[in-house]
Ligand binder design. Sequence first.
Ligand SMILES: Cc1ncc(COP(=O)(O)O)c(C=O)c1O
Length: 420
Amino acid sequence: MKHESFEESASQPPQVGWQPELEIEALRSAADPCGGTSAEIAAESDLGNAPQAEALSMSSVWQMESLAAADAALAATSKSYGYRRVEHPNARTLAVKLAQLHAAERTVVTAQGMSSVAAVALANLHPGARVWLSKELYGETSQLFASSLRRWQVETEVFDPTSAEHVRKLADASVDMVVVETITNPRLHVCDIARLAQATQQAGGLLVVDNTFATHLLCQPLRLGADFVIESLGKQVNGHSDGMLGFVGGRDTKRMVEVANVVKTFGLTSSPLDCYLTHRGLMSLAVRMERVCANSMALAQLLAKLPIVREVDYPGLPQHTDHDIARQQFTGGFGWMVTFRVDMDRSGVERLLSALRPEIRFVPSLGDVCTTVSHPLSTSHRDSSPQVLAALGITMGTLRVSCGIEPTEWLLECFRKALS
Ligand SMILES: Cc1ncc(COP(=O)(O)O)c(C=O)c1O
C-alpha cells in the first residue's frame, strides 16, 4: 500500500506503509550471487539447483582461469570475484539491492558505518578542503572530520542545517563538502534535504547525508539531490544487533569508483557474515518498520502526557520543530527513535534505568527488534564539551529510546510503570 500523504489530522498517528516496489525490491533474488535484473536472473538460473536462501560465501580468494581473467577480476571490471577485499558475493548481493532501493548509480558496502563516512571523505577531500558539518552529528562523524582529518588540513565549520539563515549562508559560501543526518542523534531534528542540496551545489560542494535513522523506507536522499547517502546498516536494516556494516551510495559513477578504490586500498571492506545477516534483516525491514514507527508514535504521545517528562522529541509529534518538513519529506512514518528529558540527577537516572529493566535494557546503540534505551551524555556524546551539550540541549536527564517490535500496549505499560 502506497502512503499518499499525511493529510489526516496532524495529531493522529500517520498511516504507515511503504511503496510496494521498495518492499518487493528488498525481497528480490535472495539467492542471486551476482545481482542483475530479475529478467537476467530468471534467464541465467538453473532452477533445479537454485537455493531459495542466499549462500554464505566465506572464501577469501577465487581461482583464476587465465591471466586476462585475473586482470579483470582484480580490477573489478568483470563480474568475477578475485580477492575478498576487492569484492565478494555477499557484499555484491546487498550492494545491488541497496542501489535499487536508493536509486543510486552505484553503492559500496563497507565494514561499518564509520568506514562509509571515512571512504566518502578520503575519496573526495584534499588538503585545505572546507567541510560544513551539521551541529548535530553522530559524535564520531564530527570527530573524524574535525579532529582526524585536521591533520590533513581539512577545515571544518559547524552550522545548523535546519536554520534558513544558515542554509542561505551556505549557498553564498565556497565549500567542498556538507555533512548532515536525515534525522539527527539524539534530538531527532529533520532538515530539508532538497533545499540543502541546492545550497550545497550553489556553494560548489558535495552533499553527504547520513540516513541511518531513516533508512530508504522513510527517505531516499539521492532522489532529493544529495550526492552521497551513507548508512550504518548495523542498526534498523540489520535489526538484530548482530552485524556491523555500512554503505555508501552515489549518483556519480566516477566518484563511486573512487569510493570503491578507497574501500579496497584502505581495507574498509565488509565481512561476508555481516553482509549475509544484514541482507536477511533487509528482507524483513518493511514489516518491522511498520511496528517500530507505530510504537514510537504511541510512546511519544504517552511521554508527552506524563507530568514527570519535561520534553519529548519525535518528528511525528505536531509540536516538534521539524514536524512539517518531516511530513513532507518522509514516506510512511517518522522513525523508531524517541528522545525525552526528565529533571533527574545521575542517581535518579540510574534508578529509572533499573526500573525499566529487565524489559527495556540500557544499550548504547539502536535499531534492535527489542526496545532499548540509551543515555547520550554517557554514551554517544560522552566526549562533547559542556558548550556543545548545552547547545544541543543534552542534559543528565536526556534519554533516547529505540523502539522495537513488541506489542504496543505492553511497551507503553513498561514506560508508564517505570516513570510512575
Ligand atoms: C547516525 C550514525 N551514523 C554513523 C554511525 C556509525 O556507524 P558504525 O557504528 O556502524 O560505525 C552511527 C553509530 O551509531 C550512527 O548512529
